[in-house]
Design a protein around this ligand. Structure first.
Ligand SMILES: Cc1cc2nc3c(=O)[nH]c(=O)nc-3n(C[C@H](O)[C@H](O)[C@H](O)COP(=O)(O)O)c2cc1C
Length: 208
C-alpha cells in the first residue's frame, strides 16, 4: 500500500530558496528546534560529527558575503548556518561511550572494543577523519533543511564558498571541516523549478 505521509510532503515542498524577506527574524525557539532536529541524524559510532556555526548578526553576514561569492541569500536570509564536520571525532569517543559504560548499558569489554575500533579507524589514513566529517555532517545538514521546511522556513544549501577564507574569518579550528552553508528564512519569491531524473536513471538493480 502506498501512503502519502507528512514527510513526503515536506520533502517535495523543500526547494532551494534564494530570495528572502530580509526583515524576518527567526524566533530563538524555532532555531533551537530546527538544530535539535538536525542533530537527531545518525552518525558513525554515534560520534555526531556536526557542529552548527550560527550567524544572524548583520555584520557577520556582510563578512561572509564575499567569502560566499556574493550570493545575496547570505545577507537576506534570517539565519545562516555553517555546517562543520569534526575531522577528529575519535576524540569524543569517551564522551559517547563513557556514560554508556557508567550506566551499565555496555560492558567494559564492549566499551574497549568500540573505542579501540574507532581509534584504529581514525589512525588508518589521513583522509578517513575528513571523509567521515563530511559524510556524517551532511546527514545533519539534510535533516536541518527538512526540519526548517516542516516549521515553515525555507533554506538553500550552499557549497560555493571559499573554505580557507571562511575558516580564517570565523576562527574555525582546523579540526572542523566546513561542509556546507545553509541559509534559513522566509521566502520572498519561490525557488525556481527543478526536476529530478527518473529512477531508471538513478537506480541500478543488483549489479552494474
Ligand atoms: C552541496 C550543495 C551545494 C550547493 N551549492 C549551492 C550554491 O552555492 N548556491 C546556490 O544557489 N545553490 C546551491 N545548491 C542548491 C542546488 O542548486 C539545488 O539543490 C539543486 O539545483 C536542486 O534544486 P532544489 O534544491 O530547489 O530542489 C547546492 C546544493 C547542494 C546540495
Amino acid at each position: 500500500m502506498i501512503m502519502t505521509t507528512h514527510i513526503d510532503e515536506v520533502m517535495r515542498a523543500r526547494h532551494s530558496v534564494r530570495k528572502y524577506d530580509a526583515d524576518v527574524r527567526i524566533p530563538e525557539a524555532d532555531l533551537q528546534h530546527i538544530l535539535e532536529m538536525a542533530a537527531t541524524a545518525p552518525s558513525s559510532w554515534n560520534l555526531q560529527h556536526w557542529r552548527f556555526l550560527t550567524i544572524q548578526e548583520a555584520a557577520n553576514k556582510q563578512r561572509l558575503l564575499p567569502i560566499a561569492y556574493n550570493q545575496q541569500q547570505i545577507v537576506d536570509s534570517s539565519a545562516v548556518i555553517v555546517i562543520l564536520g569534526d575531522a577528529e571525532a575519535n576524540l569524543v569517543a569517551g564522551d559517547v561511550y563513557g556514560p554508556a559504560l557508567a550506566s551499565g548499558y555496555i560492558s567494559q569489554q564492549v566499551h574497549d572494543t568500540l573505542v579501540g575500533n574507532i581509534e584504529q579507524a581514525y589512525a588508518s589514513s589521513s583522509a578517513f577523519g575528513r571523509e567521515e566529517a563530511i559524510r556524517n555532517a551532511s546527514l545533519a545538514a539534510m535533516q536541518l533543511m527538512l526540519a526548517a521546511k516542516a516549521k515553515g522556513y525555507d533554506t538553500c544549501p550552499i557549497g560555493g564558498f571559499n573554505r580557507e577564507q571562511l575558516a580564517e574569518a570565523f576562527n574555525i579550528p582546523t579540526r572542523y571541516v566546513p561542509v556546507m552553508i545553509i541559509t534559513v528564512g522566509q521566502a520572498s519569491a519561490p525557488a525556481h523549478g527543478t526536476g529530478r531524473f527518473p529512477l531508471t536513471h538513478s537506480v541500478i538493480n543488483e549489479t552494474f
